[in-house]
Design a protein around this ligand. Structure first.
Ligand code: ZN
Length: 511
């Protein structure tokens, strides 16, 4: 304690202690991630109760370490004594103070109540969704919103009640900026989607579909081969089946990618494997030496999503990549793809069709699904919309943005698990990721030349190395706004994405 008042602080031992403490906090988090990965890929269903206890214990111990008073005192001393703000040390102290400071503001009983309510909400949602039973789901939704309001209030004063919710996923981004970006994009996309939806020259995409047509083992082989086309670290990843695909990083050199194999729709596994691999490539690009430090993880969810979208849509849906995928498709599903040429495969992979379900949406309409959720979340937290009126607002906006009527709540307001699990503030990062991906792609093209040429030459390592230099290698050293300045040359701006989509779909359709 005497160091607090000491006129000559000793940064070296303090900093070493910070790294030691953070190494354990990081290990607890990664161990929890491994248990969660196992739960969603390997664990027999009967293990669920025991696993929930194990995960809760690790989460609790990690939280205790994070909110430890001694750690906070250490960080206060380090903040005083760290002079040069541009060093890695200063970045680690800033990142740790941010994480600890936020964790310390929320009472433990509120956190526990949020976790309980989320778990109950998810269970109620899973039971109520098949019957579109909104009445059974509504009390859980209302409870989750009330708890999230109390959570957000812990961070007051804030300029918007949604700021703390967004800040959990996109550090430092104000709600006003997210709203400006998503509104500008939405205003550009609604007319584009309306035009594409009515176009008689729309690409044909039935090649991906067929009742029980796509055998799981063949899809597994295909997904593995596809990932081998990407610059994933050799020997540093694995691919496993799950229900809701995700990617996670357990340690440096240990990336877990998952996908789901739908026997009726081959495109799901094809593109979700590429998407999750994109998340994995980012995680693998965080330097090994920073892994157990406060900055040893990706910068934000929007930057994370920019990487997954880039590999899924900019690379995976490009002509040269699909040309390389065609022989793999023929090998596993020969008769289907035998007569198909690469140009038709490209068209089939780029069909725009307004639809009800977000997770099945194409790269254009996806952003309208996100805009809708984000706007409704803002209205709920601003108080201009009540949970009881949410379904009606949802249906009206689906009609307005996508031009389609919602037949029931299972295909409407009850389709996603997020709100049932109390997760608010997460959705906008999906579209922010698309916006950032478009800017990164333009910046890469300006420096490296046409990225399609790199894809055609099977030189994706050059693209990965460029992304690693611009984004991955920094980990969370910079807040997203500063990383955007460094990596994109300016703040996020929907212009690049709107230009890309108009150009690409103008050429694909008969616009
Ligand atoms: Zn993702």
């Amino acid at each position: 304690m005497e160091d607090l008042a000491s006129p000559e602080p000793k940064p070296q031992p303090d900093y070493r202690e910070l790294l030691e403490r953070w190494g354990e906090i990081s290990d607890l988090g990664r161990a929890r991630a491994l248990l969660a990965w196992d739960e969603r890929t390997m664990m027999p269903a009967s293990g669920a109760a025991g696993r929930a206890e194990q995960i809760a214990t690790l989460a609790r111990v990690r939280h205790e370490r994070l909110t430890d008073d001694r750690l906070w005192e250490l960080l206060e001393r380090l903040a005083e004594s760290t002079r040069d703000p541009d060093t890695i040390e200063a970045a680690n102290v800033r990142a740790a103070r941010r994480d600890c400071g936020r964790a310390r503001l929320v009472p433990a009983d509120l956190r526990a109540e949020m976790a309980r309510s989320a778990s109950r909400g998810e269970t109620a949602w899973a039971a109520a969704r098949p019957e579109s039973n909104l009445a059974a789901f509504l009390p859980h939704l209302e409870r989750n919103i009330e708890l999230r309001r109390r959570y957000a209030a812990c961070f007051e004063p804030t300029s918007h009640p949604y700021d703390p919710l967004l800040d959990d996923f996109e550090p430092g981004m104000p709600t006003s900026e997210a709203r400006r970006l998503l509104t500008e994009l939405r205003e550009g996309l609604v007319p584009l989607v309306a035009t594409l939806a009515e176009d008689p020259g729309a690409p044909e995409d039935s090649i991906w579909l067929g009742r029980n047509r796509f055998e799981t083992d063949a899809q597994k082989r295909l997904a593995s081969e596809l990932l081998r086309l990407l610059p994933l670290p050799p020997g540093g990843w694995r691919l496993d089946p799950t229900l809701h695909p995700f990617a996670t990083s357990i340690a440096s050199g240990d990336i877990r990618i998952t996908t789901r194999y739908d026997p009726d729709d081959l495109s799901f596994a094809f593109f979700s494997a590429l998407h999750e691999a994109g998340h994995g490539i980012y995680e693998a690009g965080v330097p090994a030496e920073s892994r157990r430090t406060p900055i040893g993880h990706p910068a934000s969810l929007a930057f994370h999503e920019s990487q997954s979208r880039l590999w899924e849509n900019w690379v995976g849906r490009s002509r040269p990549f699909l040309e390389q995928a065609l022989p793999l498709l023929r090998r596993e599903f020969g008769d289907r793809f035998a007569d198909l040429d690469a140009e038709r495969l490209y068209r089939a992979a780029n069909r725009i069709r307004p639809s009800l379900i977000r997770v099945d949406a194409d790269e254009v309409t996806y952003n309208l699904h996100v805009a809708l959720r984000f706007e409704l979340e803002l209205e709920l937290f601003e108080g201009s919309l009540q949970a009881a009126d949410l379904a009606e607002a949802w249906n009206a906006r689906t009609e307005e943005y996508l031009g389609i009527a919602v037949p029931d709540h299972a295909h409407g307001v009850m389709q996603d698990v997020h709100w049932a699990a109390g997760s608010f503030g997460y959705f906008p990062t999906y579209t922010l990721g698309n916006i950032i991906a478009a800017q990164l792609w333009e910046a890469a093209a300006a420096e490296l030349g046409d990225p399609d040429r790199l894809i055609a030459e099977r030189d994706l390592e050059t693209l990965r190395a460029w992304l690693a230099k611009r984004v991955h290698s920094h980990g969370a050293r910079y807040l997203p706004a500063e990383l955007a300045e460094r990596a994109l040359g300016g703040p996020p701006d929907p212009g690049s994405l709107l230009r890309r989509l108009s150009r690409k779909y103008g050429e694909l359709y008969s616009l």
